[in-house]
Design a protein around this ligand. Structure first.
Ligand SMILES: [Zn+2]
Length: 232
């Protein structure tokens, strides 16, 4: 059930359910994928999981914390402290509405972004504000059974390009070649784009719509298990 489409009375009846809150980013995804790739994949998986588990699906949070891509055109990043407070405030808003169980599901898997969501969740558990909460990203659901051909695929490569070919083919441009960043180890650099000009981390040319459909349903099965765990 999409929260954005239901009325006050429907919400009142259904508020005992698990709430899935999708988190995304507005971030470069190479020359071929849209800026809202992470938000789109997270929201579509959340909606499908909501249908199967009868969870409520909140409107997505479009903005996230993007560190390595913040110099690339189109990336609009927010700070980790803002994301942490925003996540906590949204959840507290739901708790005020007598919702108690949550899945924070992120299409963006940046380290600092996920740390902010986990810290928000940890605080709420510590303060006994929520009954159960899980924090998980799409990349957390990837394992060897997904059978990605690209070994180190994480951004705008085989996985995300395939998912977008399945979900929004009209938004996908011609695929560029396989590429990876070459950031110096341990050293933090300001000119991120110099070390990662294409903004691709993986192999978009290994992508297909068929794979996208298979990946989507595999990831959906794993997300459903997370929702069921939060429901118990
Ligand atoms: Zn992404």
């Amino acid at each position: 059930m999409y929260i954005e489409a239901i009325s006050m009375l429907e919400f009142e009846q259904e508020r005992g359910r698990v709430v899935i809150i999708p988190f995304g980013s507005i971030e470069e995804h190479g020359p071929h994928l849209p800026l809202a790739t992470d938000t789109t994949t997270a929201y579509e998986l959340a909606i499908a999981a909501g249908e199967k588990t009868k969870a409520l699906v909140a409107p997505p949070v479009y903005y996230g914390v993007c560190r390595s891509t913040k110099e690339h055109p189109g990336t609009i990043t927010i700070s980790a402290s803002v994301l942490r407070r925003l996540a906590k405030d949204i959840i507290k808003g739901f708790v005020r509405q007598r919702c108690q169980r949550f899945v924070l599901f992120s299409g963006h898997a940046g380290t600092i972004h996920m740390a902010a969501l986990k810290e928000a969740g940890e605080d709420l558990v510590e303060e006994n504000v929520v009954k159960r909460i899980a924090v998980v990203s799409i990349l957390d659901l990837v394992d060897k059974d997904l059978k990605l051909e690209t070994e180190n695929d994480s951004h705008a490569g085989e996985l995300e390009t395939s998912l977008m070919l399945y979900l929004r083919p009209q938004w996908v441009k011609e695929f560029p070649k396989e590429d990876y960043p070459y950031f110096p180890k341990f050293l933090l650099v300001k000119e991120k784009r110099k070390y990662w000009p294409t903004g691709i981390w993986g192999n978009p040319q290994a992508a297909s719509r068929e794979k996208g459909e298979r990946f989507f349903h595999y990831l959906l099965g794993k997300l459903i298990k997370v929702v069921e765990m939060v429901k118990e």
